[in-house]
Design a protein. Structure first.
Ligand SMILES: Cc1ncc(COP(=O)(O)O)c(C=O)c1O
Length: 416
């Protein structure tokens, strides 16, 4: 596949206008813009993806900035931001072309992109994404929570979907640079934050089922409102026993669109029945607990925090889950990562040993479960109130994220 073919497949708006074909011309487009150099060097220059040895990129790049001349008005009432509707003034775009690697990152005005109707991502779902947040501290500064973990996970997803590795340092540098440009968009209201969506997709105009040779990495930003309007209201979830989200050997551990498409039917059924999410069981025997819609799940049984282990590869390795477990261990709370059957949870409930159930995820941090329905059995957890372990995790993680309590774990990355 030629470089020209890529340009027709995924033309950035500005590139399209200028009908640019070469890197030289691409550079010309940005010649008057502010320059900020980033150097990312990799000592090793070879890596293997799915048995295929490819050249690892050696980066020595600038992030170009093409800033908007007409910034949007920022939302006035941050309590009404909601989630995922509003986008900031700029986005980051970086192409990958086989033979050239990741190149020419640019921060440009947020806007539509042009794709060939035959672009591979549209047909075979070769896409991956991440989700994290930027938080505003009381002193006005802005910080990120464990963003390195997101870029590590992005590469685990990349590996599963045969998408080229994006060096973590490069991804992180792109992110920090974009947040610096968009700092004023980070909300000031307590509990509100700037949601960050990095993603990669194959753009080759080709209908064969084959890994792409040309990709775009993009980051878009969306100011989002507080998850909890009034206290940590418990959610009601039910155990899905018809559909499965993924199977052992599938893509469950990858953050890729297909896993979410597979969940939509059950999600819609749950809403219809007055439940907010479903609890997935394993895709082989449908008896082991996996995770909730966009959250990992944990139980407090007899004073121990018990959560499904990740060894089957069918569960997303949540960064909030990891942080919550590290926090509990640091406080001497016993933690067990193992396979758990739904029957074991029902038995623990009947024996009066199940004191808390909670989801963990970037959006809510902690989401207490008030009612858990399995078939005809409805379990009411902790009188439909948040329990002490869930509350402690929530208070500590949000305290660290918003800079209200010291970060003893080294999780915070300031943007200032
Ligand atoms: C399927 C799924 N599981 C778990 C999580 C929680 O992951 P994290 O804590 O990294 O947000 C998410 C959210 O990203 C998710 O989409």
């Amino acid at each position: 596949m030629t470089a020209e073919r890529t340009r027709t497949a995924a033309t950035l708006p500005a590139l399209e206008k200028n009908n640019l074909k070469s890197k030289k011309n691409f550079k010309k487009l940005f010649q008057n813009e502010e320059k900020c150099a980033i150097i990312v060097s990799k000592p090793s220059n070879r890596t293997a993806i799915c048995g295929k040895t490819i050249k690892k990129e050696v980066f020595d790049m600038e992030i170009k900035k093409q800033l908007t001349t007409c910034p949007k008005e920022k939302p006035k009432d941050e309590s009404k931001l909601g989630f995922g509707h509003i986008f900031t003034d700029h986005m980051l775009v970086m192409p990958y072309d086989e033979g050239q690697g990741w190149h020419d990152p640019v921060i440009m005005p947020y806007g539509d992109i042009t794709l060939s109707p035959s672009a591979m991502c549209l047909h075979y779902g070769q896409t991956v994404f991440e989700g994290l947040k930027a938080y505003r501290r009381a002193d006005g500064g802005v910080q990120l929570f464990r963003p390195d973990e997101n870029f590590k996970r992005l590469n685990r997803s990349n590996e599963r979907l045969v998408i080229p590795e994006l060096p973590e340092e490069l991804g992180l540098q792109c992110l920090k640079e974009l947040i610096s440009v968009e700092k004023d968009w980070v909300p000031h209201t307590e509990g509100a934050s700037l949601y960050i969506r990095p993603f990669i997709f194959a753009v080759d105009p080709f209908l064969g089922v084959h890994p792409g040779e040309h990709y775009l990495f993009m980051i878009i930003l969306s100011p989002s409102g507080p998850y909890y309007a009034s206290g940590l209201d418990p959610v009601n979830i039910y155990v899905e026993n018809k559909y499965v989200r993924t199977v052992r050997g599938g893509m469950g551990y990858a953050k890729t669109g297909g896993n979410y498409a597979a969940s939509l039917h059950s999600q819609a059924d749950a809403y219809d029945q007055g439940y907010s999410q479903v609890l997935w069981l394993d895709g082989v025997e449908q008896k082991y607990i996996e995770e909730v819609g966009a959250m990992n799940i944990a139980f407090v049984i007899d004073g121990e925090v018990v959560t499904p282990s990740l060894e089957t590869g069918s569960i997303l390795s949540g960064i909030t889950r990891k942080s919550a477990l590290e926090l509990c261990r640091s406080k001497g709370i016993p933690v067990s990562e193992r396979r758990i059957t739904i029957q074991e949870i029902a038995d623990a409930y009947d024996a009066g040993k199940l004191s808390e159930v909670f989801g963990t995820g970037t959006a809510a941090v902690i989401s207490p479960v008030g009612h858990l329905k399995w078939g005809d059995k409805v379990m009411t957890i902790n009188n439909n109130k948040i329990g002490p372990v869930s509350q402690m995790i929530y208070d500590t993680l949000t305290g660290i994220q918003w800079g209200k309590i010291p970060d003893e774990f080294g999780w915070i990355v300031p943007i200032d």
